[in-house]
Design a protein around this ligand. Structure first.
Ligand SMILES: Cc1cc2nc3c(=O)[nH]c(=O)nc-3n(C[C@H](O)[C@H](O)[C@H](O)COP(=O)(O)OP(=O)(O)OC[C@H]3O[C@@H](n4cnc5c(N)ncnc54)[C@H](O)[C@@H]3O)c2cc1C
Length: 422
């Protein structure tokens, strides 16, 4: 008897868990399930479309399926098409790798106004993972709330010219909307000091090479105020930015010590209010002063909730676990396990460790595995997309690309399914 394992989620963490299992337990029968008819989670739906080298991480994961070490089952949503309990009965073990489920939202007035959008929804839109996005037709001033790389992605993508977005795989509708938007300023706002950002040096430096935009920061904002410096390398890059952008260019202005206090406007966001913060007595506290920044679009990049429901309990927005184990034969990896931080690569070691643990703890019990699941799905009329179906989607998207992009992704699920059928 061979071990049968279902992995829920084909993002990096799920794929790395499958890879780890295939190595530890040769011959193990692994199905990697995703609610989307396409694989790779945030590599496809989150990573910015102008960062094709990063998106290339998927080509390494392809080997798992190409070599037959695991099978892809797309278009199957656990919790809708099959329950987690049913999976647990069918397989010897189940690995939950569901990633983020929703944007964290700001608990302040006006956060639900049109023109205020979470980074997950925003990146899914420009990555053609969701059809609907913000209306950019009248967007002149943009505020990006957050001090991590996702905030830089949002600022950079909005600042780029069509020529700079060429050879990307950005959703054509998003690319056209960005090209037509009359953007004149972008302000990236952090609630703490410039020493405590989560920016990567390379992502920051890239902003200095944009065709029509210049990253700027007021030197007074970088002055030593006794606040902690946990990211000195990023602080050094910020120090190299000018105080103002040359006339006619879009400033990408970095602001610090401003906590979001609300959004206001006539039927849609027109300005963002912030409470000024000060580091004193070893902690950040409001000074009592407020500041308003005009904004027609606010992208909030403040993290994600990663507890998938599915009957699992929740703690701090993720699934409580002990070293990746939730219960007998039930494990969790990736953002669902650790919360929403870390790169694609940081999932690899973690997923391999959980896979090794699973391999050591679970013995094969002759359960039906994938055959049982496929029979159940057929009985329920759920047409899963297999690896060959995904290859047909992949080929159709590449064929639709035209000269200026690497692929034209299909956002419409019906179109994806039609392409999968060939
Ligand atoms: C906007 C954004 C940009 C990023 N850019 C970079 C970058 O440039 N470089 C970098 O290294 N990292 C980047 N990251 C981080 C990286 O994407 C994550 O570290 C990684 O994707 C987390 O992997 P995961 O497998 O836990 O989750 P995910 O990649 O989200 O995968 C989870 C998968 O589970 C599926 N799923 C969820 N629920 C169900 C269900 N009920 N049934 C079936 N399937 C389900 C989802 O459809 C999804 O495919 C970025 C993240 C975001 C949000």
């Amino acid at each position: 008897v061979t071990l049968s394992v279902a992995v829920v989620g084909t993002g990096p963490s799920g794929c790395y868990a499958a890879e780890g299992l295939a190595r530890k337990v040769p011959g193990c029968r692994i199905d990697v399930i995703d609610r989307r008819p396409v694989p790779y989670g945030l590599i496809r739906a989150g990573v910015a479309p102008d960062h094709q080298t990063t998106k290339g991480a998927s080509r390494v994961l392809d080997r798992l399926f190409e070599k037959g070490q695991a099978a892809f089952l797309g278009g199957v949503e656990v919790g809708r098409d099959v329950s987690l309990d049913e999976l647990r009965a069918l397989y010897d073990a189940v690995v939950v790798a569901t990633g983020p489920v929703a944007d964290r939202t700001l608990a302040c007035p006006g956060a639900d106004l049109p023109g205020v959008v979470g980074s997950g929804a925003f990146s899914r839109w420009y990555n053609a993972d969701a059809a609907d996005g913000p209306d950019l037709a009248h967007v002149r001033d943009v505020v990006v709330v957050g001090n991590g790389n996702v905030a830089i992605d949002a600022a950079r993508v909005l600042a780029k010219t069509p020529a700079e977005l060429a050879r990307s795989d950005m959703a054509p509708t998003a690319e056209a909307a960005i090209a037509a938007a009359p953007v004149r300023s972008i302000t990236v706002v952090g609630r703490r000091g410039p020493g405590e950002t989560s920016f990567s040096v390379n992502e920051l430096k890239e902003l200095a090479h944009l065709v029509r935009a210049t990253p700027v920061v007021d030197p007074a904002d970088l002055a030593d105020d006794g606040a902690p410096i946990s990211n000195a390398a990023a602080m050094d890059v910020l120090r190299g930015f000018p105080a103002e952008a040359p006339e006619g260019r879009i400033p990408i202005r970095f602001r610090f010590r401003l906590a979001p206090a609300g959004f206001a406007g006539e039927g849609r966001a027109e300005r963002a209010a912030f409470a000024r913060m000060r580091f004193s007595g070893g902690a950040w506290a409001p000074t009592g002063e407020r500041e308003e920044i005009p904004c027609d679009l606010a992208v909030t990049c403040i993290g994600y909730a990663c507890a998938p429901g599915l009957g699992l309990s929740e703690e701090g927005g993720r699934v409580p676990n002990e070293g990746g184990r939730i219960a007998d034969g039930l494990y969790v990896v990736g953002w669902a396990k650790r919360g929403p931080s870390g790169t694609i690569a940081s999932n690899r070691t973690d997923s391999h460790e959980v896979a090794a643990r699973l391999a050591a703890e679970v013995a094969p019990a002759g359960r039906p595995g994938g055959e049982g699941l496929r029979a159940l799905l057929a009985q329920r009329g759920v047409a899963a997309v297999d690896w060959e179906g995904w290859k047909r989607i992949d080929a159709a998207e590449a064929a639709a690309a035209g000269p200026d992009r690497v692929r034209a992704k299909f956002a419409d699920p019906a179109r994806l399914l039609a392409a999968a059928r060939g």
